[in-house]
Design a protein around this ligand. Structure first.
Ligand code: DUC
Ligand code: ZN
Ligand code: ZN
Length: 460
């Protein structure tokens, strides 16, 4: 007797689409076949639906201390939203506090997350203090299963590291099999442009985008690629927003460098026009929203495989937090984890831009390979965790505040209606969301250790 059988699904993996059934026992996938000749405690008929690996959102910031406040989704509410969006693993960013060590930060984040998470999670580490202690602890942290790091070229007063520090950390990370993620924007130029605009009384949301134009990001991506090249480290550009940056990554990858990139649902949906809307501050994130041409190039980058992943950069703030006197004071960030799958399915697969297998590559297979979670996560295979999502391709949902689960009082996606929506999310064999309702339990998620980045670059 099995725990769970899903019959008659259209099963999608990173390389195949086929009709079949899946059997689950003790949280693992035990059967994949046309039919399963056993009984189970729960059997569902998924006729007409798609069955995909649960998503791995490689970019979340739950309860993040940032810009003088804390992001409003904690590890509970944020992973409720994740579960309802078909995400079964998040990779959250632990933020080393100034003066702290990265090993202490790891403990802090485990203590915050473990009692609250409703789906599984792994961690990246944001290093803010470049010093001997933290440099030495990189090796220990990788042994603990935190194998990826995020370094900031932006946020001069809060998170920034200079090029020497970034190079030195890359040099250390590569020795022990880690991966460096980079926030690519030129901090000095942002400071300069923002000061000019503010001195001219230009305080509205649209000037957020003008203070960090596309080339500010492109220059930093170019520099990041060269730092990776000099150090020999693999490098992952997080939240890439521009078409030109995509071209730089492609050029680096074509030269044989292990450089990868991620984009986010908001860059695939909106343009900088959103900053002129009545609540333009709510769309402030960094890098900012760009042009229609950039948006089209990002979609194309996903379609042809130049951009490897979609992560959400989920870091949300309520309307009170977003209500600030000028753009430079608005906490940067928007929701995202719950909308990755609906946006990519509806605007990508539904519009004929993304094949189904590519959808699985960018939302689960590639992140699982890059962050060392494969094949426990990111695979529909016997022995893998039973992390699955059933998607109804005909279900239309408006991404309004009433239908989403984050702890904020508005939705930037209020005007967006998608067709194709997750209707069942399974985390290690347990149903954590069904028909838009969270059905999981607080604290049931587990920490997952990342494996080292392979010496032989993954074939993505
Ligand atoms: N970008 C954001 O928009 N928010 C948090 C951090 C970041 O890099
Ligand atoms: Zn960032
Ligand atoms: Zn981020």
């Amino acid at each position: 007797m099995l725990d769970f059988i899903i019959n008659n699904a259209k099963i999608v993996t990173e390389s195949q689409v086929f009709d079949g059934s899946i059997g689950i026992q003790d949280g693992k996938i035990t059967h994949i076949s046309k039919t399963i000749g056993e009984s189970a405690n729960r059997v569902i008929d998924a006729k007409g639906k798609l069955l995909l690996p649960g998503l791995i959102d490689g970019h979340t910031h739950m309860e993040m201390p940032f810009m003088g406040t804390v992001s409003s989704d904690d590890f509970y509410q944020g992973t409720v939203a994740a579960a309802c969006g078909g995400v079964t693993t998040i990779v959250d960013f632990a933020v080393q506090p100034r003066g702290g060590t990265i090993l202490d930060t790891y403990d802090m984040w485990r203590k915050k997350a473990d009692p609250k998470v409703c789906v599984d999670y792994a961690l990246h580490m944001i290093i803010r203090d470049f010093n001997e202690i933290n440099l030495k602890q990189i090796r220990n942290l990788i042994e603990e299963g935190v194998t990826s790091f995020k370094l900031f070229m932006a946020y001069k007063k809060e998170l920034y590291l200079d090029d020497g520090a970034i190079y030195s950390i890359m040099d250390e990370v590569v020795k022990y099999g880690g991966l460096v993620g980079l926030h690519c924007e030129n901090a000095d130029l942002i400071e300069c442009f923002a000061a000019r605009l503010l001195s001219e009384g230009k305080v509205e949301a649209e000037y957020h985008a003008k203070s960090r134009p596309s080339l500010v990001e492109v220059e930093a991506v170019q520099r990041g690629i060269r730092l990776a090249e000099m150090s020999g480290s693999p490098m992952y550009v997080v939240h890439m927003s521009t078409g030109l940056a995509r071209d730089e990554i492609k050029e680096g990858a074509d030269r044989g460098l292990p450089v990868y990139s991620e984009t986010c649902p908001h860059y695939l949906t909106f343009t900088a026009e959103a900053y002129r809307r009545p609540n333009g501050n709510r769309y402030i994130m960094s890098p900012p929203l760009r042009s229609d041409e950039d948006r089209a190039k990002l979609w194309l980058g996903l379609a042809n495989g130049f951009i490897k992943t979609v992560g959400s950069d989920h870091v949300c703030f309520n309307s009170q937090q977003k209500n600030q006197p000028d753009f430079s004071k608005v906490p940067n960030g928007v929701i995202g984890t719950e909308v990755i799958l609906p946006i990519l399915y509806s605007a990508g697969v539904g519009k004929g831009i993304l094949p189904l297998t590519r959808l699985v590559q960018v939302t689960s297979y590639n992140p699982s390979k890059l962050f060392g979670l494969y094949p426990k996560k990111g695979a529909i295979a016997v022995g893998s965790d039973a992390d699955l999502v059933v998607l109804d391709p005909n279900k239309s949902v408006r991404l309004s505040v009433d239908n989403l689960h984050s702890n904020i009082d508005y939705s930037i996606y209020e005007d967006v209606t998608v067709t194709g929506y997750p209707v069942l999310t399974i985390s290690r064999g347990e149903v954590v969301s069904e028909d838009g309702q969270f059905t999981g339990k607080k604290g049931k998620g587990q920490f997952v250790k990342g494996k080292q980045f392979p010496a032989k670059r993954p074939d993505l």
